[in-house]
Design a protein around this ligand. Structure first.
Ligand code: MRU
Length: 346
């Protein structure tokens, strides 16, 4: 990949600032956990797995900032740092998964001296990043088998290298199919209101020389009905025990249109995106973001001042609309509840 989404270097965290793409390719430097939390909240880094990596690195930075005479004081402050990270964005479960992983490794090493625990946390955060890249490549390899030669693949939002440690989940499937020489073409939904599709997905696919056409969200049904879309592949922010999947707002619309037009609809996600504590998608918390994302485009007003606005950032696609869930361990189909329990439950 020709960019790094996030990196730990010289005891600092570096992130490609996604709020500035595609216009500027700027890497921000973070030396403290609070600014990492702000970066997650402010969408400098976004996408479920990437948020998880950022939180892990933020906690590792925070552990280095803690001044403590006793282990009790260290762990109290570490717990506070974890709470601040957990308060950044509510929907992507990978955030909470990464925080729990960091807490667990700290607790498992609580007998060690504080500097040893700090170093263990740093190594764990880097491991979360390295593993995510490997997982994305495995998702890509498993998912590429679903993509036929010459396909036109529709994707929504950005589930690419920018949303992960690199390579991507949905875009990992697309990248792998492209690398196999399958002669595929991507249709990217622009993904209002934040424009992850137009600003990020198109940017990374064009950088890799993968053929892509940008459409506005409202055009997806038109192209499906005309027979121009072979299949859909999207990412996920949280998948409940029954397969219901939360992803970027508008994903549900794409899934319903796909079913109506008999087009396969795939979700690509790592096992860290499954939340078996939730029976169905009804329990998934949906983030509501600022009204300005809807009323303004690139800083310019596109609606009368004072208008009432709703801005849910995610929606839930019921499992019955999903043809298959592509994970690093294989592709889940059919009776999701049983299959998810078998794959994730152990
Ligand atoms: O609000 P965002 O940009 O963080 O939303 C991202 C998505 O909805 C992605 O599709 C999802 O996180 C999967 S990323 C591999």
């Amino acid at each position: 990949m020709s960019f790094r989404t996030i990196e730990w270097r010289d005891n600092k965290v570096f992130m490609l600032d996604q709020t500035k793409l595609p216009g500027e390719e700027v890497y921000n430097e973070y030396g403290d956990f609070k600014s990492v939390a702000e970066a997650i909240r402010g969408m400098v880094i976004r996408g479920a797995p990437a948020i998880g990596v950022a939180a892990a690195m933020g906690i590792a930075l925070g552990a280095r900032e803690i001044v403590a005479d006793t282990h009790e004081s260290f762990f109290r402050q570490l717990s506070n740092i974890c709470d601040i990270m957990a308060g950044t964005r509510p929907t992507a479960v990978n955030l909470f998964w990464a925080i729990e992983r960091m807490k667990r490794v700290a607790e498992a090493n609580q007998e060690r001296d504080l500097n040893a625990i700090r170093e263990i946390l740093r190594l764990e955060a880097i491991a979360v990043e390295v593993e995510d890249l490997q997982i994305c490549r495995a998702i890509g390899a498993n998912g590429a088998a679903m993509i036929r030669e010459g396909s036109t693949v529709l994707t929504h939002c950005n589930a690419g290298g920018l949303a992960t440690a690199g390579y991507g989940t949905a875009l990992g499937v697309i990248r792998a199919a492209h690398e196999q020489g399958k002669n595929i073409h991507v249709f990217a939904d622009e993904t209002r209101p934040w424009l992850q599709g137009a600003r990020l997905t198109v940017w990374e696919l064009m950088k890799d020389g993968i053929p892509v056409t940008l459409i506005s969200d409202s055009m997806a049904g038109y192209f499906m009905r005309k027979g121009e879309i072979s299949c859909c592949v999207v990412g996920a922010d949280r998948i409940a025990a029954n397969g219901d999947t939360a992803n970027k707002i508008g994903t549900y619309t794409v899934a319903v249109l796909a079913k109506e037009n008999k087009i396969p609809f795939y979700v690509a996600a790592p096992l860290s995106t499954f939340d078996l504590s939730l029976e169905s998608g009804d329990g998934i918390p949906i983030e509501e973001r600022h009204s300005r994302e809807v009323t303004h485009l690139a800083g310019f007003p596109v609606a009368p001042e004072g208008v009432k606005v709703r801005n849910p950032a995610f929606d839930v696609t019921p499992a019955r609309y999903i043809t298959g869930i592509i994970t690093e361990k294989g592709v889940l189909t059919g009776d999701y509840r049983q299959r998810i329990r078998d794959m994730v439950g152990k």
